[in-house]
Design a protein around this ligand. Structure first.
Ligand code: GLN
Length: 494
């Protein structure tokens, strides 16, 4: 079978397997080969070719026997290494979890296997999903398959789901899982010319996902286009009694209800997102998006989200606070690494394990989080940030009395070079400026590719919707996708 199968996305593979154009095994084999040939990108921490082949064989056998096929039957995917996968090392890209083999499967990954998907491997990420460039991984950074025109400099694939974004855009996988705490699906999607959606908080179960900031963490799909994301999100989402914040709501047929007709819809353009320092090409892409949605029949209205400028500082208090608490469990007793110096006691073991096991960015977050939760500073920082979070949610509630969805850039710049921001945490954190508000408010938000800049690098537009209105977000994304005509792909150099 031709290696052209790796050019296909989720829907094309699923439909081709179902109608007998090719077998699921052929699909798994060509993607396994692409994964094996792309070690230079460092997108995977471990590869699991047999998982993909076994799932494919089950689908082929089901089809031969005339049994019903799931919505992802025959589609091999990449799994961010933040999801616990039974019998397969799960590290969160941290030394402290190296060698941890879970005894259980996360709910989201189990849902995907139940829908007929298989796993090509565990994807690299920023350590504990903390970062925007993939440079905080213990297993080495991922390299974006993209390069500036006329340059060989290595670019960041975005973060934290940088293995996912690289694998999808380099055609190593048709789709991948991501998680988004403050932009980690949307920003890497924008940097690599792919599509990714973070659903409403609670849509996807967090059970079995390594926790970063529990009130913000959400799983979502990263794929080639809006339709593929809609199909995959449908398989991932659903109520789970094992997650106390899981939404007890039916999962709509998002893929079946896709509709790019925007007549009767109002699109809000938040004036506070026109920030100083935003790349003029990003602002131009935003104007293009506005024109496309108008062309699709939408009415465009000016809106205000007045507390936008406080979102980033609030996020960088709340997320580290929750992280410092979530990461207390890594102490050398139960999981992964244990450093027990000669003659040491329990406290020494904790200290040695954590000093050795956590990377610098993770330590920075634990220290910040512990500080903002400490008795003397709790009111000044943590409580204040929680109040700001409420105001940001109210901003969105007010805005959504005037519009149905919101359109904004995903990131303030296109992909930057590896090493460019790694010594300056604040510059790195600024990447998330447009992504974090929707996270704090728990709203569905998506990034869709909208064009390339003068250097030939992809840019993304962000669509934010009302709580539970993934359909509205996906539909607006489809309207943009159909008009942007984005076909750029990274040229293969690896
Ligand atoms: N880049 C942000 C951070 O470092 C967001 C990460 C994420 O969404 N997981 O916290």
């Amino acid at each position: 079978m031709s290696s052209d199968l790796t050019q296909l996305g989720v829907k094309a593979i699923r439909d081709g397997v179902a109608d007998g154009s090719f077998t699921a095994r052929e699909v798994a084999e060509v993607f396994n080969a692409n994964v094996a040939a792309a070690a230079a990108l460092n997108a995977f921490i471990v590869t699991t070719p047999d998982h993909a082949l076994d799932a494919a064989d089950r689908v082929d056998a089901d089809r031969a026997a005339g049994r019903p096929l799931g919505s992802l039957a025959g589609v091999p995917i990449g799994m961010k290494d933040l999801f616990a996968t039974k019998g397969v090392q799960t590290t969160a890209a941290s030394h402290i979890l190296e060698g941890f083999i879970p005894e259980y499967e996360s709910t989201v990954s189990q849902n995907l296997w139940n829908a007929g998907a298989g796993m090509l491997g565990k994807l690299n990420l920023d350590q504990f999903a903390m970062g925007s460039s993939n440079e905080t991984s213990y297993f080495g950074n991922v390299i974006s398959p993209w390069r500036k025109t006329g340059s060989n400099a290595a670019l960041a694939p975005g973060g934290s789901s940088g293995g996912s974004s690289t694998a999808v855009s380099a055609r190593l996988v048709p789709a991948a899982t991501g998680t988004d705490t403050g932009g980690s699906i949307r920003q890497p999607a924008a940097f690599t010319g792919i599509t990714g959606i973070k659903p409403t908080y609670g849509r996807c179960s967090r059970w079995g996902i390594v926790a970063f900031a529990s009130s913000l963490d959400q799983a979502g799909p990263m794929a080639r286009d809006v339709t593929d994301c809609a199909i995959m999100l449908g398989a991932m989402a659903g109520f789970d009694p094992k997650d106390a914040t899981s939404l007890d709501l039916p999962v709509p047929d998002w893929a079946g209800s896709l509709n790019a007709d925007m007549r009767g819809k109002k699109v809000g353009i938040p004036r506070e997102y026109r920030m100083d320092g935003t790349d003029p090409e990003i602002l131009k892409s935003w104007d293009d998006g506005i024109a496309w949605l108008k062309d699709a029949g939408a009415e465009v209205v000016d809106i205000s989200l007045p507390h936008t400028k406080y979102a980033l500082p609030a996020y960088y208090i709340i997320a580290p606070a929750e992280a410092s608490s979530n990461l207390a469990r890594y102490d050398g007793v139960r999981y992964g690494l244990r450093d027990l110096p000669e003659g040491a006691g329990l406290q020494d073991m904790y200290a040695a394990t954590r000093a050795d096991g956590f990377g610098d960015e993770v330590k920075r977050r634990v220290i910040i989080g512990t500080y903002v939760l400490s008795a003397g500073f709790y009111d000044a920082y943590y409580n204040q940030a929680q109040r700001v979070r409420t105001l940001i949610s109210q901003d969105f509630e007010n805005a959504f009395t005037e519009c149905d969805i919101i359109l904004a850039p995903t990131t303030p710049t296109a992909a930057f070079a590896l090493g460019d921001k790694s010594d300056d945490p604040l510059a790195m954190y600024l990447n998330d400026v447009f992504a974090v508000p929707a996270s704090l408010a728990g709203l569905p938000a998506m990034s869709v590719p909208c064009g390339v800049n003068k250097d030939g690098l992809p840019l993304g537009l962000q669509i934010v919707g009302k709580a539970f209105d993934e359909q509205g977000v996906l539909n607006a994304g489809l309207a943009i996708e159909g008009r942007a005509g984005f076909i750029a792909k990274p040229e293969k150099w690896w």
